[in-house]
Design a binder for this molecule. Structure first.
Ligand SMILES: Cc1ncc(COP(=O)(O)O)c(C=O)c1O
Length: 447
């Protein structure tokens, strides 16, 4: 198959780049981590974010002198415990919650799993409503539940990534335990109307969870206004380290722990607290609250500068997702007639990090489930790249991205048999080639 060939070539090219890098540096692959990093132009802030230097400073004492267990009764422990509680207050303030409603977890995935698990156990019901565009933290938990006899409804989305609330309302049944809908999509940035969804859930007596992992630092959040019962966050999207998350559980909501052990987190999550990470989360929340208004406007400006250029200067490019109802930092662009993985490989060679929703595994390229759920043709989904901007990006960085990206797209189109820019494009039936490619892609997508 053509795309298998492509994937093989992609892997070979990647290995060649890796090998030449190692060769030039005169070391082994394992030495890569020891080298001083070259400048990275990072446009993948929805994947993770750089830990802010202020956050590193805040957490250091808890990796050195303040190492006590916060549950220990002596004053050394109590001192550390005080810092955990201070961080809890700050993280609570980020979403206008009461600190008692904040449970620290290990990550966004654990928070999502815990919320859905708790809703099922405490209600005794067996049906979950979610969407077809959730993060794998929900999609794969849904698949796990289905294997164990639970029922999961995955709501479809419109072509702009939005959700039909009438459909959502109709999908709620007497045996529905929880509706779990993400607040912002990690691939397209598209926002779902969580306040309306939570109101709908309340009117039906069903619990409401939202995966808000992509939202903090990008938009303000207020759980009182949202009216949800559960909300998940992850600190590594907010310039804090990986390995720390948070689950908001609304006061008086019944809760059954998912990680069962000690009495930590008021009995809601066993396991000795990751103190340095919790303190880091608190500091990151503090920084985000102080800068969100200015940064939002600035980052939206960078994103729009990039997008306007790409959509107007590079032909056959399309924005994926609703233009207005989305995160200010996210731009998901389809480059027709070429493969996103090839774009990413060449960007990588130029020191630029971006991503696609697709994973290149075992020789076949899977198109993003989010873009496929939006009804994109497989070819367009496979040519889509996500650029997610962040607080450390500058206008110069964005101009560098534009400068490198434009010739890369042209170069790839010149060698793509599907592209009108291919030099031989009038010597064969390009429409027939495209149709053939679409059929091949959709057959693979079903597999
Ligand atoms: C929307 C969304 N939910 C959940 C997660 C999982 O978060 P974590 O990596 O902290 O488990 C992510 C991470 O990419 C995400 O983007």
């Amino acid at each position: 198959m053509e795309s298998d060939d492509f994937c093989l070539k992609y892997h070979l090219a990647r290995e060649a780049v890796r090998f030449s890098f190692v060769f030039v540096q005169g070391g082994s692959a394992s030495d890569l981590s020891m080298m001083s990093p070259k400048k990275v132009f990072y446009f993948d802030n929805n994947a993770t974010t750089r830990v802010a230097p202020e956050v590193v400073t805040a957490m250091m004492p808890f990796l050195s002198e303040l190492w006590a267990n916060p549950s220990s009764a002596y004053s050394f422990g109590a001192q550390v415990h005080g810092h955990v509680e201070k961080a809890r207050e700050t993280v609570a303030a980020l979403i206008n919650a009461d600190p008692k409603e904040v449970t620290f977890t290990s990550c966004g995935t654990e928070s999502n799993n815990s919320a859905i698990h708790s809703a099922l156990v405490t209600s005794g019901k067996r049906h979950v409503v979610t969407t077809a565009v959730e993060h794998s933290a929900n999609m794969n938990f849904g698949a796990y539940l289905e294997k164990r006899g639970f029922e999961v409804t995955y709501l479809p989305v419109e072509s702009d990534g939005s959700l039909d609330l009438h459909l959502l309302e109709r999908s709620i049944r007497p045996d529905t335990a929880v509706v779990s809908v993400m607040m912002a999509n990690n691939e397209t940035g598209v926002l779902f109307p969580i306040e309306e969804i939570a109101a709908l859930c309340r009117s039906k007596g069903v619990l409401c969870h939202t995966d808000a992992v992509q939202v903090p630092g990008k938009l303000k959040m207020d759980v009182r206004q949202l009216g949800v019962d559960f909300l998940s966050l992850s600190a590594h999207k907010l310039h804090a380290p990986k390995g720390i998350g948070m689950l908001y559980v609304k006061r008086r909501t019944k809760f059954q722990p998912y990680v069962i052990g000690g009495h930590q987190e008021r009995g809601r999550r066993g396991g000795t607290e990751s103190v340095a990470n919790i303190v880091a989360f608190g500091r990151a929340a503090e920084l985000a609250m102080a800068s969100i208004d200015d940064e939002n406007t600035r980052i939206r400006g960078l994103r729009d500068r990039f997008e306007n250029h790409v959509l107007t200067r590079i032909p056959n490019t399309v924005r994926n997702g609703n233009r207005n109802l989305r995160l200010p930092n996210t731009s998901n662009i389809a480059f027709d007639f070429i493969e996103a993985e090839a774009v990413l490989l060449l960007l990588d060679q130029a020191g630029i990090c971006a991503s696609s929703g697709s994973a290149c595994t075992t020789g076949s390229l899977d198109p993003s489930h989010v873009l496929m759920a939006m009804g994109l043709p497989p070819m367009r989904a496979r040519g889509s790249v996500r650029f997610s901007f962040g607080i450390y990006n500058t206008e110069e960085d964005v101009d560098h991205l534009i400068e490198k990206l434009t010739p890369i797209v042209h170069r790839l189109r010149e060698i793509s048999p599907l592209s009108p820019e291919h030099p031989d494009n009038d010597t064969y039936d390009i429409e027939a080639a495209r149709r053939k490619h679409e059929v091949e892609m959709s057959v693979q997508g079903e597999g």
